[in-house]
Every structure is written in structure tokens, then in C-alpha cells.
Design a protein around this ligand. Structure first.
Ligand code: FAD
Length: 577
């Protein structure tokens, strides 16, 4: 089974251009359009490195090698996590002195980057005007609820039919603890948060291609307990019998055995793994004699586990942005956008699509088209902060230099799709006792089925039916709305027999087909980071750029916010010079 990557910014390991193009042609929906749309995007998409070699710590290297010999994913994945170190380092906006009074800044795009800039620059006294193409602010920070509409490029109009109080975060959906910049504003603006269950050991892993464990609903708790137990047993026996190719002192040996016995709950002197209660019972303990103490469950066999590769689905330590519990705003992620809009909304010119960007040594002129009336008008300002995604900016008429235009065009955007399915009964809670978290699967185009982290034990719920990226996202986005629903149901019912019967209504989005976004998030590679990134960061003349794309936190709201913080400091410096 391929490693399931369910991060918001990591692409699937096996994505590749040739495959992607094949998938484009497999689509039922206007192929020419899709092909053109994604071809450029896919060209620069590379598989991500998920493992960094690690040669400085010899004892750990020994552990790695021992684990590798034992075929374990456990230690390997632990180290894998050490290779991922993308931190959000800034937790509050820059402290800028001086005043922006008497100076005007035009901000293009009322996403989180644009609104952050307007909010902070406004505090300094700048007059900020935000130009926004849509009728609402927030950009990708959206939630769909009853009455929400979306029309993808070339697609049908979709109106969300969820019941009152139900919603799906079809864009951003989770906030890591490291993203103190996002949390800065939720705190400042009193946006209530709740826990988002991002990892649930009692959910399911379901793989069609997992050798002897194919097509079984396995709980991560079982897999983790058994993989760790078996590996600990193997390693402990090797240590005890001095079978390792690296010498350990008597103390180290003792300490390691002690740890392994604990880690694998190894029984007695034999150091054997015989299962543990945390993997779940065959019959749960209860009252009286029956069920009384319950019946313990048998561990999965080590060979079956290794052959199935299900141990590769999880990591002992998750990748950096992921935690078992993360945050979500109560009532939908768009509460963050609404909180910003409450504060800077008076400065937003809605329904205003940027047509041209021009500048000279005195100022900037933006031509805009009213999307309702088609009327053209213009806005002038001393400086401009353009917070429009590069995927859209590349098609806007500007007088940027050729070098700058090339840099804008160089960056790929990820095709990404999500579907929300309203179920009339929370069968995952009632029948399967799963409370939030993800069902990870290799079912084609699904990746994850994610269960809501709010409304516990209510009657209905909206779950995420798929979250796909890259070539598969392109393929699925070629389906009609009805076909997408059927696609999600056909897959989901393989895992949950209740799925189809309990389904009521759906809402899906393919971000690469959304006007004013044309992709889920920017995808840089080593080459574009070296060539285009510095050029774009610098801006040109009186125009600076901001947005998630100008960060190493692409695909995260923190990227948008922190990029805005950096770029307003530059604007302020230039405007104060
Ligand atoms: C599927 C998905 C899942 C995600 N998951 C997470 C997550 O779990 N956690 C997290 O923190 N982040 C997540 N993100 C990322 C997060 O949503 C983005 O990084 C962030 O919202 C980007 O903000 P931005 O201001 O840079 O851009 P945007 O939000 O795209 O804002 C750009 C604005 O420019 C406007 N615009 C575009 N063209 C024009 C034009 N011609 N004229 C005028 N205006 C224009 C747009 O309408 C929009 O309002 C996810 C994103 C997606 C798509």
C-alpha cells in the first residue's frame, strides 16, 4: 500500500507527471480545459523527500539499522519525522514604529494575507483599500453550509443542502499548535476553538492492496500495538543475544532492554509479545461473569503485518505540522475569515476583479472590473500589496519585468479535491465507536474519510468523503457532481456498510477548478525556491506580493498570515524612506 500522506501540504509520494497526464485523459469532463489547466501545474510537481539521512548520531543510527534489519517501520518513521522541520516561528505581527498617515496602500485580494495586511497597516495609520473579486472575504478560508454556492470553472452551480448547523470545511480544516500566528488572531479576535481529532487510534485503516491483510477494517491501535510489540521482541532478543553489529555497553544494553520490554509490553524472561489490552479486546470487559473480564484479542502475525505494509501508514511520531489533536474554530473555519472581515470589511471593494497592474515612480494604478456590471474603474495608491494567488496573477496584465513575470509563472499549484457527505445517522459513532479522526485507505481517489470533531452524539453529521491531491484530484474533478458523490459512496460503503443508506446530500470542490484560486496551494521545488522565490519575495518597485505561496508554510493559513507580516514590514520601510 502506498504511504498515505494526509498532510495539508505534503503531496503524495508517488505523484508523477506521466501518470498525471494519463489521468487527465481518463477524465469525462472537458479534457482540453483540464489538460491546459493542470499541465503547467503538474510539470514542476516532484515527489517530496520524506526521509533525510541521519549520520551524525551513531547510537541512533544503530537503532535505525537494527530496525531496518527487522523490517520495522516504527523506528524508521520516527526518524522520518525528525527530517521534517518546518516551523512557524513568528507568533505576533512585527512591531513597526512610525506612521503611515497620509499614505494609501491598495491590497489585492481579501484572503487571510490581504486582510492581515489591511488590519496591521491600518493600525499604523495607512489608508488601505482591498480589492476583492468575490462577494465575500476569506479566500480559501471557507466553510460550506446550507445555501452556500460554488460554481467550478466549466461546471454546474452547486448549492449546499446540508441541514441547519451542519457544515464542511472544504478548504482549511485544522490548525497545528505550531501555527501561533493563526492562533494569535483567533485569540485576539475571540474566535472560539475546539479540538479537531486529527489522529484516532480507534478509527480504521482499510487497504485493498495489503497482501494478507487486504480488505480488512483494522484499527490503528491494533497495528501500532502489534508492530511495536513484534519489533520490540525481535530487537530485544537480538540485544540479549549480542546479535547486533554494534557494541553496546552493559549499561546501554540493560537500558535498551528495559525500554523495549516496556515499549512492546514483552512478557517475562522470554521477551515475547503476546498482545496487549490497548489493541482492543475480542469481547470487552464488563459486569458480572459474562462478559466479566472480557476476552483478550490475538495479535496479528508479524509476517502478515510486514507483508501487508500497513505499518507504513502511520509514524511513531507524526510529521511536524500534524498532532493527534489540533484545533478548529467552533462552527467552521470561515469564522476566522469572518472575524477579520468584521474588522477590515469596510475597506473591501467586493465584486471587483483586478484587470491590470501598472506603476511608476509616484504610485500604482489598478484597473478593476465590477463582476456584476462589467464596469471598469481604477484605484490609485502609493504602494500595492498583491495577495492574489500566483496561479491567478500569472494571467493578470501587468507591467512587471520579464524576470518577475517568469518567476510568477514558475510556481506550480496543487490540484486538490474534497467532498462533504451529510449522513442522517452518525453510524461511525453509534455502530463503530469512532469519535473523530481519519479512516485512512488506499481506495482509489479517497485517501482519507474524516469524521467530524463536533456535534458528538447528535443525530446527523457531515463527514469528509475524500481528500485527494494531484493526478487523482484531476481525475475525480472531471466527474459531474452526481458522479463524484457516487464515487465517494461506492468507496465508502466498502468500509462502512451503512454508508449508502445513511447518505443524504453532498458538497464537493475541486480547487484547481475554482476561479480566483486555480489550485489548492503553491507547490515549490528546489529549483523554483532558488530561482523564483527570492525574486517574488522582493517584489518590484511599489508592488509587493504576499500570500501562503510566499512562505515555507504553503497550504497553511499561517503561511498567508506570516507572509503578510513580513511584507508589510517591507512596505512600511519603503514608504517611510
Ligand atoms: C483543500 C485545502 C485544505 C487546506 N487545509 C488547511 C488546513 O487544514 N489548515 C490551514 O491552516 N490551512 C489550510 N489550507 C491552506 C489555507 O487555506 C491557505 O494557505 C490560505 O487560506 C491562503 O490565504 P491567502 O490569503 O494566501 O490566499 P487566498 O485565500 O486564496 O486569498 C486570495 C484572495 O484573492 C482574491 N482574488 C483572486 N484573484 C483576484 C482578482 N483577479 N481580483 C481580485 N481578487 C482576486 C481571491 O478571491 C481571494 O479572496 C488548505 C487549503 C486548501 C485548498
Amino acid at each position: 500500500m502506498p504511504k498515505q500522506v494526509y498532510s495539508d501540504y505534503l503531496g503524495p509520494k508517488n505523484s508523477g507527471t506521466a501518470l498525471a497526464r494519463e489521468s487527465i485523459w481518463a477524465c469525462k469532463w472537458p479534457k482540453d480545459f483540464l489538460a491546459k489547466l493542470v499541465r503547467k501545474q503538474m510539470d514542476s510537481v516532484k515527489p517530496f523527500k520524506t526521509f533525510r539521512s541521519f549520520n551524525s548520531i551513531s547510537r541512533r543510527e544503530f537503532l535505525y539499522r537494527a530496525a531496518a534489519v527487522g523490517g520495522t517501520g516504527l523506528l524508521f518513521n520516527t526518524m522520518n519525522a525528525w527530517g521534517m522541520g518546518i516551523d512557524s516561528r513568528v507568533s505576533s505581527p512585527p512591531e513597526l514604529s512610525g506612521s503611515g498617515k497620509g499614505k494609501k496602500i491598495v491590497i489585492l485580494g481579501a484572503g487571510l494575507a490581504g486582510m492581515t495586511a489591511a488590519y496591521e497597516l491600518g493600525k499604523l495609520g495607512y489608508q488601505c483599500q482591498i480589492i476583492e473579486a468575490r462577494s465575500f472575504a476569506g479566500g480559501r478560508c471557507q466553510s460550506a453550509r446550507k445555501g452556500s454556492t460554488i460554481t467550478e470553472l466549466g461546471g454546474e452551480k452547486q448549492t449546499c443542502q446540508f441541514d441547519d448547523g451542519m457544515y464542511i470545511n472544504h478548504g482549511p480544516w485544522r490548525i497545528p499548535l505550531h501555527h501561533q500566528s493563526t492562533l494569535h488572531y483567533t485569540r485576539l479576535f475571540d474566535v472560539p476553538l475546539e479540538v479537531m481529532v486529527n489522529d484516532n487510534d480507534h478509527s480504521f485503516i482499510y487497504a485493498e492492496n495489503a497482501g494478507p491483510l487486504s480488505k480488512q477494517r483494522l484499527r490503528p491501535a491494533q497495528i501500532k500495538a502489534d508492530m511495536r510489540g513484534h519489533v520490540a521482541e525481535l530487537l530485544a532478543k537480538s540485544v540479549r543475544n549480542n546479535q547486533l553489529d554494534q557494541e553496546l555497553s552493559a549499561d546501554d544494553k540493560h537500558l535498551l532492554l528495559d525500554y523495549l520490554a516496556h515499549e512492546g509490553q514483552l512478557a517475562g524472561k522470554d521477551l515475547e509479545y503476546k498482545g496487549r489490552s490497548g489493541r482492543g479486546y475480542a469481547v470487552n470487559p464488563g459486569a458480572g461473569l459474562v462478559p466479566g473480564p472480557g476476552t483478550q484479542s490475538d495479535p496479528l502475525g508479524f509476517k502478515e503485518l510486514l507483508a501487508s505494509k500497513v505499518g507504513n501508514v502511520y509514524s511513531a511520531v507524526q510529521d511536524f505540522p500534524m498532532q493527534n489533536t489540533m484545533f478548529q474554530p467552533v462552527g467552521g473555519m470561515d469564522q476566522i475569515a469572518k472575524a477579520f472581515e468584521k474588522r477590515v470589511g469596510k475597506n473591501i471593494l467586493y465584486h471587483s476583479e483586478v484587470q491590470t497592474i501598472r506603476q511608476n515612480d509616484k504610485g500604482v494604478t489598478i484597473t478593476i472590473k465590477n463582476t456584476s456590471s462589467g464596469k471598469l474603474s481604477s484605484v490609485t495608491a502609493d504602494y500595492c500589496l498583491c495577495a492574489i494567488p500566483l496561479s491567478v496573477l500569472r494571467n493578470i496584465d501587468s507591467d512587471f519585468s520579464d524576470q518577475f513575470k517568469s518567476a510568477v509563472k514558475a510556481v506550480a499549484y496543487a490540484p486538490v479535491g474534497k467532498i462533504g457527505l451529510q449522513m442522517k445517522r452518525r453510524f461511525w459513532e453509534e455502530d463503530e465507536h469512532i469519535y473523530g479522526g481519519h479512516v485512512l485507505t488506499d481506495l482509489h481517489g479517497i485517501n482519507t474519510i474524516s469524521l467530524p470533531s463536533s456535534g458528538w452524539q447528535q443525530k446527523k453529521g457531515v463527514l469528509l468523503g475524500y481528500y485527494n491531491y494531484q493526478n487523482i484530484a484531476v481525475e475525480v474533478s472531471g466527474l459531474s457532481l452526481k458522479e463524484r458523490t457516487e464515487f465517494a459512496l461506492a468507496a465508502g460503503e466498502k468500509i462502512f456498510p451503512q454508508y449508502r443508506n445513511e447518505f443524504e446530500t453532498s458538497f464537493s470542490v475541486a480547487w484547481h477548478r475554482i476561479q480566483y484560486n486555480l489550485g489548492g496551494w503553491a507547490e515549490w521545488n528546489d529549483k523554483t525556491r532558488a530561482s523564483a522565490y527570492p525574486v517574488l519575495l522582493e517584489g518590484e518597485g511599489r508592488v509587493l506580493l504576499a500570500g501562503e505561496h510566499l512562505s515555507y508554510l504553503t497550504g497553511w493559513q499561517a503561511g498567508a498570515i506570516e507572509s503578510a507580516w513580513q511584507q508589510i514590514a517591507k512596505i512600511h520601510e519603503r514608504a517611510s524612506a
